[in-house]
Design a protein around this ligand. Structure first.
Ligand SMILES: Cc1cc2nc3c(=O)[nH]c(=O)nc-3n(C[C@H](O)[C@H](O)[C@H](O)COP(=O)(O)O)c2cc1C
Ligand code: SF4
Ligand code: SF4
Length: 226
């Protein structure tokens, strides 16, 4: 939006699309795939072949691209397709069908399930990490779980690492991976959430019984307008 005038930016007759919208698009592809199971054309937010794979793994059977061809030109299209083919060869997928919805199937249903999942922690690949030239991951970690050691390598303080994955997302050199924390590692002080520290049902999306609330609340239970 234009905050000078207080006007929304998408005010014309058309023109939505672009990489900024990808998370929203993926969310709805996933929801439709999961709840309706119907064929989906995934679109809005595709930049490269990796985005195409993401849309397919979220549940799209085919995809559509728009604005990136305006930005990059039509020659970008075969590059995207070649990228998908190379990815499938490298990962042993024989058909697009094999990839449809596989990430959607593995997703959690609500925050409660997310909190109950196995803990993970960050691990840095010293071979590819560019520290000390780069220290982006240290800057982004809220939990003081990363520091630079005298050898110019990144130390992960696993007692502080909550496994939020932010460092993995921002590393420009793909040098961080998340590893599942093994039960024995909790005894060594790796971060864990002790039982009973959070209210398990707090994040259940079904926690609010909207039928009862609608029935009992004067706010919802109003007479229909004449
Ligand atoms: C400048 C522009 C104009 C568009 N005009 C229309 C339109 O008139 N009708 C329509 O259904 N979609 C329109 N779209 C949406 C595209 O058809 C397409 O769904 C979208 O751009 C795909 O997402 P992507 O740009 O992220 O790849 C427009 C998109 C852009 C960027
Ligand atoms: S962001 Fe990546 S490359 Fe940079 S210091 Fe961290 S792990 Fe190394
Ligand atoms: S996963 Fe989160 S908490 Fe752990 S090191 Fe990375 S940014 Fe810090």
């Amino acid at each position: 939006m234009d905050i000078e005038t207080g006007q929304p930016r998408i005010g014309g007759p058309a023109g939505i699309g672009g990489t900024w919208v990808k998370p929203l698009s993926l969310r709805w592809v996933h929801k439709i795939h999961e709840e309706l199971g119907m064929p989906i054309t995934g679109s809005n937010g595709i930049f490269d072949h990796k985005d195409i794979i993401e849309f397919i793994m979220a549940g799209s059977s085919i995809v559509q691209v728009g604005s990136i061809l305006m930005v990059k030109g039509i020659k970008w299209l075969p590059k995207m397709i070649e990228g998908v083919e190379a990815f499938m060869d490298e990962h042993g997928y024989n058909s697009v069908d094999e990839m449809i919805g596989i990430a959607s199937k593995n997703s959690v249903k609500d925050y409660s399930e997310q909190f109950s999942k196995n803990r993970v922690h960050a691990a840095v690949n010293d071979e590819t990490c560019k520290n000390p030239t780069c220290n982006i991951c240290i800057q982004v970690c809220f939990y003081e779980a990363l520091s630079q050691n005298p050898e110019g390598k990144i130390d992960v303080h696993t007692d502080n690492c909550i496994g939020c994955e932010l460092c993995l997302d921002v590393c420009p050199f793909d040098s961080i991976e998340m590893k599942e924390t093994a039960p024995a590692q909790f005894d060594q002080g790796y971060f864990n959430i002790p039982d009973g520290i959070f209210e398990k049902d707090k994040f259940k999306t079904s926690r609010n019984n909207m039928d009862t609330i609608r029935r009992d609340s004067p706010k919802f239970n109003t007479e229909p307008a004449e």
